[in-house]
Design a protein around this ligand. Structure first.
Ligand SMILES: NC(=O)c1ccc[n+]([C@@H]2O[C@H](COP(=O)([O-])OP(=O)(O)OC[C@H]3O[C@@H](n4cnc5c(N)ncnc54)[C@H](OP(=O)(O)O)[C@@H]3O)[C@@H](O)[C@H]2O)c1
Ligand SMILES: *[C@@H]1O[C@H](CO)[C@@H](O)[C@H](O)[C@H]1NC(C)=O
Length: 359
């Protein structure tokens, strides 16, 4: 995050030199052996390497292959967490594309800004619903209202977007915090999905769950968030297998760092939360970790708030693709290159190697 320690640079450089040597000397030998086994002249090895390399370049650099678009007319979408951030942006975006949008807002009944903005559009196709994804009662009422308001449209997709951010080292995170984050991010996603699945199943529609790259890799200070987002990934995978026979496609969106685009975490929130974290930590944890270390970690979190992408368009475009493409992808990872590479390393390299690189 802040400065890159020398050790990491040395590891990265020696890692890439090793990889170059391996690919430069090891791969031809391996391919030669393979060719020899297959009885193909060994001179084809160069072509093989060029071919492999081309495949790699194509897979990394290719723009998305056009996969056709579904008809938007007569289709409705439910989005949760539309008070602000991705949810609010997506509600407006999908409405503009012609969908009927059911926008679930946590603060509709309290006169929240986002709900007001959407209601003031005064569109037949924009319906704002009071919806705390943690409330069974509000969910039931919202789904009833969707059923009554569908008219000639079908409920084509649900976008489980509502979520909260959290941070703090394990020993500074209370069981209550683990529960609260998990209640919204994971149980909320499961609750809403189950509530609307009968409608979506009959429309052979889509479930789109907003996880995070933190649903695929862990980090220090993010355990409560990672636990909830890994859960979203697991739920989405299992649901995808079950929904295959029903013709319902399930996609996961794994954004990298869009903190500045949505304001999900701000320096103020970090400062306020840090006071609470320190105050609630057991005395022995305060003593052993020390205030200096704690403040360093919080400074790191604050600097994290000023990093990341400022434009949420990549996330909205990926969600839109998952909702509208005839052949949506299973996973979308809108992220800056260094985040994407980190996620690739952490999910594909042996943990012993990725641990050395990043921790
Ligand atoms: N921004 C990023 O960098 C990033 C990266 C990866 C993943 N994500 C995920 O993307 C999703 C949207 O995040 P965002 O950045 O747009 O955050 P955001 O701006 O805070 O928006 C989240 C929305 O969810 C709402 N919400 C919170 N608890 C809720 C509940 N119990 N029921 C219904 N709605 C609730 C919030 O309401 P209030 O406004 O009242 O709090 C807010 O409107 C989240 O799932 C988040 O984890 C974000
Ligand atoms: C942080 O705490 C201060 C003082 O209690 C309060 O005025 C402010 O609104 C809080 N900020 C956030 C983002 O919660």
């Amino acid at each position: 995050m802040a400065s890159v320690p020398g050790l990491r640079v040395v590891l990265l450089v020696s890692g890439s030199v090793l990889l170059t040597l391996l690919l430069g000397f090891g791969l031809p030998v391996l391919l030669n052996a393979g060719m020899w086994l297959l009885g193909i002249p060994e001179t084809s090895v160069t072509e093989c390497i060029v071919g492999l390399y081309l495949m790699f370049v194509v897979s990394v650099a290719m723009p998305r292959i056009p996969r056709g678009c579904i008809k938007v007319e007569g289709k409705a979408v439910l989005i949760t967490g539309c008070d602000r951030g991705f949810g609010l942006g997506l509600a407006k975006h999908l409405h503009k594309l012609g969908f009927t949008v059911f926008a679930g807002c946590l603060l509709k009944d309290e006169g929240g800004e986002g709900a007001k903005e959407l209601e003031e559009m005064r569109s037949e196709r924009m319906k704002v619903l009071q919806m705390d994804v943690c409330s069974e009662e509000q969910t039931e009422r919202a789904v009833e209202s969707i059923r009554l308001n569908l008219g000639d449209t079908v409920l084509w997709a649900v976008v489980n977007n509502a979520g909260v951010a959290s941070f703090g080292e394990v020993e500074f995170t209370s069981i209550d915090t683990y529960r609260q984050v998990y209640e919204v991010n994971l149980i909320g996603t499961i609750r809403i999905t189950k509530a609307v699945l009968p409608l979506i199943r009959r429309a052979k529609g889509r479930v789109v769950n907003i996880a995070s790259l933190y649903g695929r890799m862990g980090n220090i200070m993010r355990s409560s968030y990672c636990v909830s987002k890994y859960g979203v990934e697991a739920f989405s995978d299992c649901l995808r297998y079950e929904m295959k026979t029903w013709g319902v496609k399930v996609s996961v969106i794994e954004p990298g760092n869009f903190i500045q685009a949505t304001g999900v975490l701000t320096r103020d929130i970090v400062t306020n939360t840090s006071l609470k974290l320190w105050a609630e930590a057991p005395p022995c944890v305060q003593e052993d970790y020390g205030k200096v270390h704690f403040e360093q970690q919080m400074a790191l979190m604050r600097s994290f708030c000023s990093s990341g992408q400022k434009d949420m368009a990549p996330v909205l475009n990926d969600i839109t693709d998952a909702v509208t493409s005839k052949w949506p992808y299973t996973r979308y990872s809108p992220a800056e290159p260094h985040w994407w590479i980190r996620a690739q390393f952490m999910t594909h390299l042996p943990s012993a190697v990725s641990d050395l690189l990043y921790f």
